[in-house]
Design a protein around this ligand. Sequence first.
Ligand SMILES: Nc1ncnc2c1ncn2[C@@H]1O[C@H](COP(=O)(O)OP(=O)(O)OP(=O)(O)O)[C@@H](O)[C@H]1O
Ligand SMILES: [Mg+2]
Length: 594
Amino acid sequence: MSLVGHLIQVTGPIARMRTVAPVGVLEHVLVGHDRLAAEVISIDHDRATVQIYEETVGLRPGEPVHGTGHPLSVVVGPGLIGQTFDGIQRPLEVVREAQGIYLRRGAAAGLPPRRWRFTPALAVGDVVGPGAVLGSVPETPLVTNRVLVPPTLRGTLVRLAPEGDLDDTDEVACVRDAAGAMHVITLLQRWPVRRARPFRERLEPDRPLITGQRVLDTFFPIVRGGSAALPGPFGAGKTVLQHSLAKWSDAQVIVYVGCGERGNEMAQVLEEFPALVDPRSGRPLMERTILVANTSNMPVAAREASVYTGITMAEYYRDQGYHVALMADSTSRWAEALREIAGRLEEMPAEEGYPAYLPSRLAAFYERAGRVTTLAGDEGSVSVIGAVSPPGGDFTEPVTQHTQRFTRAFWALERELASARHYPAVSWKGSYSFYADNVAAWWRAESGLDWLALRRRAADVLEQDARLEQMVRLVGADALPDRQRWVIDVAALIKEGVLRQNALHEIDAFCSPAKQVRLLSLFVELHDEGASLLELGVPLMQIRERLDRGRLTRLKESVANDAPELIDEVWHETRRELASLRRQAEEQAKGAAA
Ligand SMILES: Nc1ncnc2c1ncn2[C@@H]1O[C@H](COP(=O)(O)OP(=O)(O)OP(=O)(O)O)[C@@H](O)[C@H]1O
Ligand SMILES: [Mg+2]
């Protein structure tokens, strides 16, 4: 660390300095006597502008600035999982007080020191390339950390630690490159937050990321390695849904970035998550989760960095062959940080005051999602779900618009649904996913049913219902023919029995794929059966009398995820009821003919 300059002016998170030694753009520097974390954002002759990641109150012109010689980086290594960090990776302490989360000024970034049991996977003399797996340490009962050769290094292993305990800064291996230079590798490594980690090849998505939320998995699926936007007006349920995704989605590692959320919301996460149990392993959820928190009361520049810190950690686990999902809540608060900093820099504003590079920054973030072949030849993925909070719920504003361009699933939350307490308030009219075809084969193999056709038929009922809505408002449902009233009936059953899901219910909070398909199939078959009875001349009233609607719509809560066949049993009973109507109708028809 060396002196690179002195401050000449401080305005909020931005400071200007006079340089006395060479410093690079994007270099990580330490500002003032308190050595506050900062990053150089521009240089003009002997003047440089820095962005400071900590509270700058009390910082004075004349104070020194020290260089670190490297860009703002994340320290990656075993021990990330289970931790809570701020936007530049400083461990957070939670206090149960008003502001919820506490951070010491000038606190060191990185990981608390720990010892790990290392097991080598290679031998001295082996030739290794970028990303090769040197060995592993058991990071948590759910995640084995694979220790990789850094992405830029190739050579011969001249030393490799034997099976045994290591400090995270001890040498794991030493590699001699082609030029004869020696490179020591430790468990902890650095990676610049703003640079995507390399991989061998990008792959087409082929498997859904199961979220356990029926409206998403069934109607608007996301894939492993996919990206989704979650826009919604104030209070529509974005945060609750992001929490559900972090809890239940079937990624192996979760990175949850709370970005500009209120301090008490994040404190709730920090209290709630450690008590949660992973539905698949029965282990504490935190054994596969990393939390990054930059609440609205923390410095704005660290919020800008937090999404990059989060996604760099996500890529680090992807590179070990894991399927990782990252939730960012809310990317609008991140964009506002970008706007505030741009304003301080007196940059020319573009749309609604955001800097002209807003779209390229958003693209650079969502482009880091993907399913890949890693440098070591394994498969890994990063899925990204970004919540967007458009002011006034207006989806035409820039952050929503640009996010929509760079993501392939769009989960629009609707104010009307939320106020009717239909949760999750995901609009079935305003949402879409381009991934349905990618995941159809997986669902077919999983269920033995033509999933694509099934969901199309269900969506068709919902669309017909939406078209009838206007008519119902004008003339009332009773004026419509039975055939159309039946569509409205079934649509109501699908809304209540499939789309609506209670995040707080012990069983319903997560819905397994097998249960989802059976519920969907029940309502689609019910629709067809009813329609065919109506054609035989059975009055709608009689069909309604035979249906226990409450029982059908409560199946989501009454049937456990591991006993989905109970849904089929209920359907068989229902069908027997309807079959008796069919027999009556057929006998009457015969009687009439005779
Ligand atoms: N799935 C759900 N089940 C039950 N209640 C819900 C659900 N989703 C949202 N709510 C209710 O709506 C309230 C607001 O939800 P949430 O905080 O997720 O909204 P938001 O869109 O994140 O709001 P903001 O724009 O303020 O960030 C919750 O406190 C809860 O009462
Ligand atoms: Mg929220």
